[in-house]
Ligand binder design. Structure first.
Ligand code: NAP
Ligand code: G4F
Length: 347
């Protein structure tokens, strides 16, 4: 890319998992990258992007505040906007439904309104989600599958997705990437995959669990199935969507589904630890070398659960030339190795 004509990208949610991968990807593509972060009482939320200080521009902004978004967009004047910021935890959305809608739905309406006013040429990527499908019967899910969300998070994201479709009809280049679960060593510890890899490494090293201080992990529904990919692969798809001739929505997934139980089993295998299951329902336990290492805690169940998600990424493969590069086993290995290295250092 010509130095004088660097494209300007604005990433909201720069401090999150995807923001940190996408910023690196766009820097490599020669973009001038601006990352929007929100106010916090400390600096710790910047840890995923610590090494990007001096390489990208950081700008403070808040999705629930129109005037702050106005200032951000006016100052950055982006060519591409990647709206990754969100209250992204499904479980939390049941306890904070209105806040979740304020940020995940109205935040998107605010951005689209400002794009129309200030930068109508800008291309907009919206972080839509497989959570919008709910417990739909069609499997695997693709771009034609009807949406039927079962959580406030899914509902808010669907409203935002509809706003994106509306903006498209009004002439804005806006795309909704319907991304299935994607994970990495940078995944937040409150999501199940990272909770598992970090927790099992603690078991391997004989360290107490971070959450409970005890020697066993607590998990919720072991039988939910998700289509898990690697975040580093998925940010490329976000960028590709904004480089097309026409704005379209795409499903981004691996096309494989695994249960939480299978993720746990694979993680134990990766660390050469034995694992057996005993009991049923909330009394089920996971045992390793004679010790109980996993218990079920109903606190982690959801009022409404999605039992199985599996995506069909054919449209993205055919039209974007995108494909997932990291398979399930490799993903578990990458996450385990990273947690092992981190915890071993502090040990
Ligand atoms: P994440 O790690 O939870 O990051 C979310 C980001 O949003 C953080 O930077 C967070 O800032 C920021 N944020 C939250 N509320 C905000 C607000 N009110 N104003 C401004 N910023 C705010 O999520 P992720 O995994 O990177 O996911 C990125 C996006 O993709 C999210 O929109 C998520 O809903 C969506 N998505 C994710 C997946 C997945 O499997 N990862 C799948 C489909 C869709 P703090 O650091 O200050 O909290
Ligand atoms: O890791 P999770 O919390 O991810 P979830 O709910 O699927 O949401 C993630 O993926 C969505 C895409 O489909 C994104 F839109 C969203 O932002 C987020 O990134 O839970 C995965 C599964 C669920 O079925 C949950 O019930 O794991 C089950 N689970 C079992 N025990 C647990 C636990 N989930 C969490 N977080 N913690 C547990 O202890």
């Amino acid at each position: 890319m010509d130095k004088e004509k660097k494209k300007i990208a604005l990433i909201t949610g720069i401090t999150g998992q995807d923001g940190s991968y996408l910023a690196r990807f766009l820097l490599n593509k020669g973009y001038e990258v601006w990352g929007m972060y929100r106010r916090s009482s400390g600096d710790s939320h910047l840890e995923r992007v610590e090494d990007l200080k001096g390489k990208i521009n950081f700008i403070m902004g808040e999705l629930s505040d129109y005037s702050s978004l106005y200032k951000v967009i006016k100052e950055v004047m982006p060519d591409e906007i990647y709206n990754l910021a969100a209250q992204s935890q499904v479980r939390v959305s049941f306890d904070q439904p209105l806040y979740t809608k304020e940020v995940n739905w109205f935040g998107v309406e605010r951005i689209l309104d400002l794009v129309k006013e200030i930068v109508p040429h800008a291309r907009v990527y919206q972080a839509s989600t497989s959570e919008m499908f709910g417990n739909v019967v069609q499997s695997p899910q693709n771009e034609e599958t009807p949406f039927a969300p079962v959580s406030p998070y899914g509902e808010a994201k669907l409203k935002a997705h509809e706003a994106i479709n509306r903006a498209k009809k009004e002439g804005i280049f806006a795309c909704g990437g319907v991304l299935f679960n994607h994970e990495s060593p940078k995944r937040g510890i409150e999501f199940v995959t990272r909770k598992i890899t970090e927790g099992i490494v603690r078991i391997k090293l004989g360290l107490p669990q971070r959450e409970t201080g005890k020697n066993f992990m607590e998990l919720g529904n072991l039988d939910a199935k998700r289509d898990w990919g690697f975040a580093g692969d998925y940010v490329e798809a976000m960028w590709l969507m904004l480089q097309q001739d026409k704005p379209k929505n795409y499903v981004i997934a691996t096309g494989e589904t695994h249960s939480v139980r299978e993720f746990v089993e694979e993680a134990f295998k990766t660390l050469d630890l034995p694992l057996t299951w005993e009991g049923e329902g909330i009394n089920e336990v996971g045992k390793s070398q004679g010790e109980i290492v996993i218990k079920i805690n109903p606190h982690f169940f959801r009022p409404n659960e999605i039992n199985k998600l599996i995506g069909d990424p054919s449209k993205a493969i055919n039209e974007l030339g995108w494909k997932p590069k990291t398979d399930f086993k490799e993903l578990v290995k990458i996450m385990i190795e990273s947690d092992f290295t981190k915890l071993k250092k502090d040990f």
